[in-house]
Design a protein. Structure first.
Lengths: 227, 159
């Protein structure tokens, strides 16, 4: 009697598992059902993130963007673009740091970043000289904010030295601190830290690598003299 | 704000499949869509207050369990014609066994707590302690609900 009950229970348990989580079943159609179920979940999750963005329920949204350097990661708050990460940066680390510094309510949502993607695409193809994007400066504090504000005033095709940017930021002798602030720029390209060179026109460092700095300055026609 | 929580998107990626399966099994394909949205919207609102060391899987399935109860109450008020039950049921495999269909209809017919215990155990694969947390009872009561649910299913479905 007990054995029969146990057998019956086991049969029902395995039927429940088969119907619900077919991936664990040994029947071949279990895999198909599991795939269909997970696709249902993926579609529902896609609709969810679109709704979350449309209703403004997320604090940060992010999306990839094409660039000549490979895929960039863009992240925005309701205030504006807050982060641009180069391809070699680890996406999970970038998002985890945004979760710590801003809010963990972060979803992937391409719609809200369409304007930023479009402006970047126009910039990379030489059809745009200034960005009209709203920026969120939350991640940039103190002296760094003054340095990057000054940097954002450098026009397309122009360059300044670290010392000049430090002076514009109100501390002419703090060129080394200015260099650090430029290196920590969370929104490169859009805040054009590539337009700041070492004195004497030497390229100097760049968060995205010196080759990218040269590429951007050549795009803008700032290196015509072979600097 | 320093929370130590992973980005919500990662939380959604990690738990969407089990929440979806739980909901499809407890309320059927059509209602599962709304319940899924409501579950994760509620989770998103509360997310920053979640402690990083809490059992997030049990937490989100608790919310899903409550949304499933709401859907069942709403459905009871709507009085769905019997013929529609098969049509709204999206869990059917491409070649479903008729016996499994009977089983799942019997699962839907269980009292709420037993149904959730059965579904959380076999669909979401939660241990008894997490089932207790999700339906808000003691672990002993969760075991009892699960046992009672299985006993009822055994009567309905001949092995």
């Amino acid at each position: 009697m007990t054995d029969r009950l146990t057998t019956e229970t086991k049969a029902i348990e395995s039927a429940l598992r088969r119907g619900a989580a077919p991936g664990r079943a040994d029947r071949s159609d279990g895999e198909i059902a599991r795939t269909a179920s997970d696709r249902g979940a993926a579609n529902a999750a896609g609709r969810l993130t679109r709704r979350i963005t449309a209703e403004g329920l997320a604090d940060v949204s992010y999306a990839p963007a094409e660039s000549p350097f490979g895929p960039l990661l863009l992240a925005a708050t309701k205030r504006g673009l807050v982060r641009l990460a180069f391809p070699e940066e680890d996406i999970d680390s970038v998002l985890e740091s945004l979760a710590q510094l801003l809010s963990p309510r972060i979803v992937e949502a391409s719609d809200s970043l369409d304007p930023a993607r479009r402006e970047l695409e126009e910039y990379f193809s030489g059809r745009r000289r200034t960005f009209g994007l709203e920026l969120d400066w939350t991640l940039i504090g103190g002296f760094g904010r003054r340095v990057l504000r000054a940097t954002s005033e450098i026009p397309y095709g122009g360059v300044l030295s670290y010392a000049e940017v430090a002076a514009d930021a109100g501390s002419p002798r703090a060129w080394r601190a200015a260099g650090n602030a430029l290196g920590a720029n969370p929104i490169p390209i859009v805040i054009p830290c590539h337009r700041v060179l070492r004195s004497g026109g030497v390229l100097g460092n760049y968060g995205g690598g010196p080759a990218r700095k040269r590429w951007l300055l050549e795009l803008e026609g700032a290196l015509r003299d072979g600097g | 704000m320093s929370t130590g929580l992973p980005p919500f998107q990662r939380f959604l990626d990690a738990h969407r499949d089990s929440v979806w399966r739980f909901l499809v099994s407890s309320v059927g394909r059509t209602d599962a869509e709304d319940c899924f949205q409501e579950t994760f919207i509620a989770a998103l609102r509360a997310y920053p207050r979640l402690r990083p060391d809490s059992n997030v899987r049990a937490w989100v399935l608790t919310i899903a369990h409550r949304k499933a109860l709401d859907a069942h109450r709403a459905r009871a008020r709507r009085a769905v014609p019997v013929a529609d039950l098969a049509a709204v049921d999206g869990r059917a495999a491409p070649s479903p066994l008729a016996r499994d269909e009977t089983l799942w209809e019997a699962v839907e017919g269980l009292p709420a707590r037993q149904r959730s215990a059965v579904v959380l155990r076999y669909v979401a694969d939660l241990p008894h302690g997490d089932i207790a947390m999700a339906i808000g009872c003691s672990e002993e009561a969760a075991r009892r609900s699960l046992h009672e649910g299985l006993t009822k299913l055994r009567k309905v479905v001949p092995a």
